[in-house]
Design a binder for this molecule. Structure first.
Ligand code: MF3
Ligand code: CO
Ligand code: CO
Length: 252
């Protein structure tokens, strides 16, 4: 899992300078796809999901009011946009999964606040964890931080256990739940935290045409950040990070 997480983080390092005004989401996807294959690994998103409607691309590009699972295509990034780029790679059978929201400057201050809140809520949650802590701590910390700004926390889509499978138990809710209250994060558990923070309502709508794209119901923006984590006896390790990405405390 450490090797998979490191490769996925290096993939994010590789793509970061390419996420710029004038670039299409499809071009970003092609770079991700080719870099992954050139290194002998497998894009986990490509062909993932139901046999009747497998995911058609190698990453998710979720722009502005798209919450998650946006499909790369012909959209051109332009000033004022925010875009979550979610990358997942299979390395020797193990999965690394992470995402970042990119800002195409200049962006509006209310939009920047949503991005900052999503980033800070992820890192506040990570900082709160300790061996054997309640899984519910994650949802408590994220919900409390988002409430300060009256932002919506998406509860329909959750983080997850991860390993040989892309998505495996437990569900990692970003709001407090009864189920999470009864579970603990013991050493050895690999999981993701990936809060989706909406500028308005937490409510989402799935696109009936493509069966994937998830948008906010009120058209307000949504931002997300994700890391794959490992709990150890000594505390939590972030597996999907390098020194090149935004560090805790980063200001957007
Ligand atoms: N990467 C997403 C996650 O964090 C899942 C994307 S599944 C896909 O769990 F099929 F849409 F790519
Ligand atoms: Co994930
Ligand atoms: Co992801």
């Amino acid at each position: 899992m450490r090797v998979a997480g490191r490769f996925n983080a290096q993939l994010m390092d590789f793509i970061r300078p390419h996420v710029q005004a004038g670039v299409t989401t499809g071009a970003i996807d092609k770079l991700i796809h080719d870099y992954t294959l050139d290194h002998g690994h497998v894009p986990a998103c490509l062909g993932y999901g139901p046999v009747k409607n497998p995911y058609p691309r190698s990453c998710c590009t979720s722009l502005n009011h798209v919450v998650c699972h946006g499909i790369p295509g012909n959209e051109v990034l332009k000033p004022g946009d925010i875009m979550n780029l979610d990358l997942t790679t299979i390395v020797n059978g193990w999965h690394g999964d992470q995402s970042e929201t990119f800002v195409i400057e200049p962006i509006a201050s209310d939009v920047r606040q949503v991005v900052q809140c999503a980033f800070d809520s992820l890192h506040l949650a990570i900082a709160a964890l300790y061996p054997g802590c309640s899984l519910d701590l994650i949802g408590q910390v994220i919900a409390r931080h988002a409430a300060r700004f009256k932002f919506g926390v998406v509860d329909k889509y959750v983080g997850h256990g991860i390993g040989r499978r892309f998505h495996q138990p437990p569900n990692v809710s970003h709001v407090p739940t009864r189920e999470a209250k009864s579970l603990r994060i013991e050493p050895g558990l690999c999981f993701t935290i990936e809060p989706m923070i909406n500028g308005g309502s937490k409510k989402t709508v799935e696109d009936p045409r493509d069966g994937w794209t998830v948008r906010t119901s009120d058209g307000k923006v949504s931002a997300q950040f994700e890391h794959t984590l490992l709990m150890t006896e000594a505390g939590v390790e972030v597996l999907t990070t390098t020194e090149n990405g935004p560090q805790p405390g980063h200001k957007f």
